[in-house]
Design a protein around this ligand. Structure first.
Ligand code: ZN
Length: 243
């Protein structure tokens, strides 16, 4: 039962196939209605004299936006997924999972990342193994190109901070547990899958290798050098262990 005169209560409305439950807070201090949305709660703050019907109309007007916002929050909160490359699936990039829009039967193949969404054109006609394979290849090419760009930039930034000079990096498709390694010629090999991780974790891996240019091995001196540039590095290691 909804007591229309109370100041705080819950209400539900049907929007398409979705049942939207939301909280209403009425206050005489509020002059214009305000909508607050997070991943699992919708709240509307309204002036005391706002009718329930008016409030429902606001929610209905904003329902599209509310659902989109909540979906975004859920995607962000998710752990990095292992992509399936199928319809309505997602692809990870820089610590988040983004939805994948597939355009089949196209004259050429291509992958773009635009407005927080992956858009892929494939020549295959339906959602079979061939189309998944095409998408996987396009995504991994894209990932490798992005990894080269992003990692080189981060290497230059951290190289300057630590005072070492690295001219070259190599990005490879390597085993997942191996994120990076130094070569004998003092260049760094990176695993392209690293750029599925959040930027601060990527920076840790970059810094880890750069510090090895000054101190090989994992001695106490090594870790205290790294600590100087990233005091919370332990969090990044823990993130990588779960990745
Ligand atoms: Zn190391």
């Amino acid at each position: 039962m909804i007591d229309n005169s109370s100041k705080e209560f819950k209400d539900r409305i049907q929007y398409g196939s979705t049942n939207l439950e939301y909280h209403i807070k009425r206050s005489k201090r509020i002059k214009t209605s305000e909508l607050i949305v997070d991943s699992n709660r919708i709240e509307i703050r309204t002036p005391l004299n706002k009718s329930l019907q008016d409030t429902r109309n606001i929610i209905l007007d904003k329902a599209d936006w509310i659902l989109k916002k909540q979906k975004q929050y859920q995607e962000t909160a998710q752990e990095i997924i292992v992509p399936s490359f199928g319809e309505n699936s997602m692809l990870p990039y820089l610590g988040k999972n983004y939805s994948l829009k597939i355009k089949k039967n196209q004259p050429t193949q291509m992958m773009k990342f635009i407005n927080d969404e992956f858009v892929v054109n494939i020549t295959a006609a339906d959602g079979d193994e061939e189309s998944k394979l095409q998408i996987k290849e396009l995504y991994e090419d894209w990932l490798k190109r992005m990894a080269q760009k992003i990692l080189l930039r981060r290497v230059k930034i951290y190289g300057q901070k630590v005072g070492v000079n690295i001219q070259k990096i190599l990005v490879k498709d390597t085993l997942k547990s191996r994120w990076a390694s130094l070569t004998k010629k003092n260049s760094i090999n990176f695993n392209m899958h690293l750029i599925k991780a959040p930027p601060d974790v990527i920076d840790y891996v970059v810094l880890h290798e750069i510090c090895h240019l000054k101190i090989r091995g994992h001695s106490y001196h090594y870790w205290s050098l790294l600590y100087r540039y990233m005091p919370n590095y332990q969090e990044k290691i823990e993130w990588l262990l779960k990745f």
